[in-house]
Design a protein around this ligand. Sequence first.
Ligand code: GLY
Ligand code: MN
Ligand code: MN
Length: 436
Amino acid sequence: MAINSEEFKRRRQALMARMGDGIAVIPTSPEAIRNRDSHYPYRFDSYFYYLTGFTEPEALLVVIAGQQPKTILFCRDKDIEREIWDGFRFGPDAAKTEFALDEAYSISQIDTLLPQLLANQPTLFYSLGADAIWDAKVTQWLNTVKMQARTGVSAPDTMIDIRQYVDAMRLIKSPFEIDLMRRSANIAAQAHNRAMQKAAPGKMEYEIEAEFLHEFYRHGAQAPAYTSIVAGGANACTLHYNANNCVLNDGDLLLIDAGCELHGYASDITRAFPVNGKFSGPQKTLYEIVLAAQLAAIEAAKPGNHWNAPHEAALDVLAQGFIDEKLCHGSKEAVIETASYRQFYMHRTGHWLGLDVHDAGEYKSKAGDWAILEAGNALTVEPGCYVRPAENVPEHFWNIGIRIEDDVLITSQGNEVLTQAAIKSVADIETYMQGT
Ligand code: GLY
Ligand code: MN
Ligand code: MN
């Protein structure tokens, strides 16, 4: 992807405006050893990336707000010898230009320069507690500044968690981000459609997982956004099932929760469909209830509504459906009030979506009020129904697990379902699966 340095510069300027005065220190993630000398695939820190677009490890951003605003990147040196082994690295000089920063230095200079930068700043904005190694370094730099007190130098006397400032910014997606999220969503939608084509009795769950990886990578996604759930039959009733190692049985549903990450942006889709291409009666009954709940929730995802409105809309439909099918008993109000629906629907209806699959951003104000949805918010809408065998449960529903999850962008007029290309209705699924 071409670096859109102006977009990232705008974000840093917006952060400065929120800070008012002081210095922000934002490190990226460390590399992580998988075993012996093999690493996990590297993933940058979302806050650092949001403000830089810089994807190399061993880097840190400094943002100074106030009278003399300045942005400084610390990164790995250019090193031709290392690049023969590990690949390209920008080095400070090229990074400064390419990423539109005011200054850039070698990460090896950090212990010398950070105390100088912290000196006489009123406030330090930092994510204390996020990483013990960086916490120790920041403490060491602050102590170095404090030791200069007799020369008239002062250390910041206030520390504010930088994340709350960036979280508020990340909640409203820019057109640049929306474009990436649309593309990420579309790749994942095509992967779900491909899975419907490939699924068949006798195949293994991991064979279908492989179809997702195929579709993600061939469209340029860098990684799955989270570990894919490919759950046939009763496995779908384990919410975080990801062993993905069972055979797909004729007559079972297959629930797949899988999304990709494109230039940092996650998609997050769940579909449930019959392995053999035809819903049984009980499967169809429950599927239609969950789908109606999801459509009602999507309808409630619009500007001015509060965060919980989609969840409440989904619950309303699910509770009535559960009563109609003798899964729950009593009035709809009582089922919701006593939460007896939780035997079959035990999670919430969505979360913010963006650089993190469960994205940054508050759901409630400090006063305890739900966040109000506004244009630019991105969230998932994902009601479900999971029926484990139990004496009080009609047997024809046992071991059916269904979740239907789409990614929704709030717009000024209502919303846009970013994942609309993923086939969803009973008729469309059956036609698609039987026609291919
Ligand atoms: N795939 C994670 C979630 O649905 O929340
Ligand atoms: Mn989700
Ligand atoms: Mn999901």
